[in-house]
Design a protein around this ligand. Sequence first.
Ligand code: NAD
Length: 442
Amino acid sequence: MSAVSNSNPAVPSGTTVPPALLPSYLQADNLGPWGIYLQQVDRVVPYLGNLARWAETLKRPKRALIVDVPIQLDNGTVAHFEGYRVQHNTSRGPGKGGVRFHQDVTLSEVMALSAWMSIKNAAVNVPFGGAKGGIRVDPKTLSLGELERMTRRYTSEIGIIIGPTKDIPAPDVNTNEQIMAWMMDTYSMNEGATATGVVTGKPVDLGGSLGRRDATGRGVYTVGLEAARHIGLDIATSRVAVQGFGNVGGVAGRLFAQAGARVVAVQDHGGTIYREAGLDVPALLAHVAAVGTVAGFAQAEVLADDKFWEVDCDILIPAALEQQITEHNAGRIKARMVIEGANGPTTPAADDILAERNVLVLPDVIANAGGVTVSYFEWVQDFSSFFWSEDEINARLVRIMKDAFAGVWEVAQDNKVSLRTATFIVGCKRILHARELRGLYP
Ligand code: NAD
């Protein structure tokens, strides 16, 4: 059996570790979301200076929990779902990150999403580590009662590792304020005390924050405006294409349209629609609220799904799922700027193609940080039981996003690297500096 040389600074140099001892998720042939994250970390290590000796920390999730979620279905039978909660890093504070209900959720995906949360929280300098959770389920196949039972059982199962000072879940794909209310109630019932701070993205009447629902889309819009200024793009005359018209894409689309941009194409799980003169975004949002998809919207043409990527636009906003922009479509993208509303929508190969073609990519780890920033405000408000006005929240959000973006822009210019690598440099340095200050226990 061959041995590999060990790069873990905790082990004296020269020591070798037999391959069997390396965690499976460190294998280089893992091409899933976690493999992509590992490649992104490798790209940043040369810029970490002395802190690079702690970089191995970033390649290993601190804690990963897989839970069985059995529920009784309405027809009396029992169904089992697989659930996860991963805490990637807690050096800078409690774990923080959403919960996703989707049939394609895997441990690799949740690990990557938790790691991107670590980088993001550090990049905007909110005092959280990174975490993420999910259940492998298509929630559209469940009744409301089944959805509630599944959410409550999942919350009980992960209850051993979450809590207001340990790890604070939030909404993500297919989870919303109601699901956060059920999670908060379940955790509180088990604790014997109401703990509003255990989740964020709750209804405002239950300790939620004003402005949280729009926060991620507002952050996408804010960094988009900043970047547009840098590259001389006028938003008021720009054309925008959005993939995913839910919490993130819907709000971002609305704000760009309000600023005068033409939202010419929108794609979601149901199909792709196009209108040269610009879609009526408020009418489209009402249509989606009524029927659950952009498909069937009367005032638009239908486009073949793959044609979405070649739409003539200035700004492309992927706001659905990961690995959407790949080496197969990156060469066809016409936009000058890609703003990643979704987490992990662009593969490293596609990143390279876009960079070669001079398409500016505003990476997820900064572009969609608005949600977690207002989640931080919500958590602070819950702890102090003192609630701020929406204007106050939006103003603080915009200030944090602008400052964080300006810092990342400068690092990118100074080091002649992409904004993704620059954001990773800022985030990884903060995480590893905290790691170094805390020292290695025991
Ligand atoms: P959502 O459930 O509100 O919306 C998801 C959207 O994606 C829907 O319009 C859905 O139809 C579409 N979609 C699903 N599968 C698709 C497919 N195969 N092709 C095209 N479209 C598809 O979810 P959301 O909260 O808006 O999250 C979207 C993305 O943004 C995710 O990557 C999520 O991790 C990320 N994100 C969300 C938040 C937040 O605060 N909600 C914060 C940061 C990042």
